[in-house]
Design a protein around this ligand. Structure first.
Ligand code: KIV
Ligand code: NA
Length: 270
């Protein structure tokens, strides 16, 4: 397989081929996911909850993200992997100024990321433009943004009601215009997520708890392997239970995303 690139992602989107993304935090599972055909790996700041046992992503440090990004990048290198590698800018690493965001992004890019992800709309638009102008691909993230869980009042569905939906649509368009080429939509009603997907010609949406109308899907790796510490979100499916092996679970996930069988109509957040 040829390495997944920005043009390739745009091509997949244009051809209607769904993009399969999983989170990854370590070299070995990243390599297994790559071999199973996962298009994009996300070193998510969910590492804080999944690997570090933190109560939210708020406590995750930039150095931690760089450590896990480097681990995943080495795993991909070892097997000549082809996955597109996205890394989360963690809490407090990009809000202070565009310059701070650039410094943080550079640290993750030098650790091996191909693209950085940041949460929120509005004030993030000039930051996204600043990074993109300097050659750093950016993935945006709207809807439920876990780094602002305390301001949002909990892990709940976003974009419900006319005004919230309008705001989300406007944020998505502005982020695309600023140069974001992927957009994670988390816990957003399916209809709204599909509308936003269709409205964005140059930015592919990746849904989680956002229905099946997005250009791609993402799940936290541990969740889809049935490994969890606490409550499991309703939109998660245990692919390992059916597949019987980790590699098989990743392959089943990729197939289900590509065929449009995941998520089914019961796998949503609302
Ligand atoms: O950190 C993470 O795992 C994420 C995905 C759930 C999109 O941001
Ligand atoms: Na994240």
């Amino acid at each position: 397989r040829k390495p997944v690139s920005l043009p390739r992602l745009q091509q997949m989107r244009a051809a209607g081929e769904k993009i399969a993304m999983l989170t990854a935090y370590d070299a070995t599972l990243a390599a297994v996911a790559d071999a199973a055909g996962v298009d994009c790996l996300l070193v998510g700041d969910s590492v804080g909850m999944v690997c570090q046992g933190l109560p939210s992503t708020v406590g995750v440090q930039l150095d931690t993200m760089a450590y896990h990004t480097a681990s995943v990048a080495r795993g991909l290198q070892r097997v000549q992997g082809t996955a597109w590698l996205v890394a989360d800018l963690p809490y407090g690493s990009y809000a202070e100024s565009r310059e701070q965001a650039l410094r943080s992004a550079c640290q993750l890019m030098q650790a091996g990321a191909h693209m950085v992800k940041l949460e929120g709309g509005g004030w993030t638009v000039p930051t996204v433009a600043f990074l993109v102008e300097r050659g750093i691909p950016v993935c945006a993230h709207l809807g439920l943004t876990p780094q602002t869980v305390h301001a949002l009042g909990g892990y709940r569905v976003q974009g419900q009601g006319d005004q919230a939906a309008r705001q989300l649509r406007a944020d998505a368009l502005a982020l695309q215009d600023a140069g974001a080429r992927l957009l994670v939509l988390e816990m957003v009603p399916a209809l709204l997520a599909a509308e936003i997907t269709d409205a964005l010609a140059h930015c592919a949406t990746i849904g989680i708890g956002a229905g099946r109308g997005t250009a791609g899907q993402v799940l936290v790796m541990h969740d889809m392997l049935g490994a969890h510490l606490g409550r499991v979100p309703r939109f998660v499916h245990d692919f390992l239970a059916d597949a019987g092996s980790v590699r098989g679970a990743f392959e089943a996930y990729v197939r289900a995303v590509k065929d449009g069988r995941f998520p089914d109509d019961t796998r949503h957040a609302w």
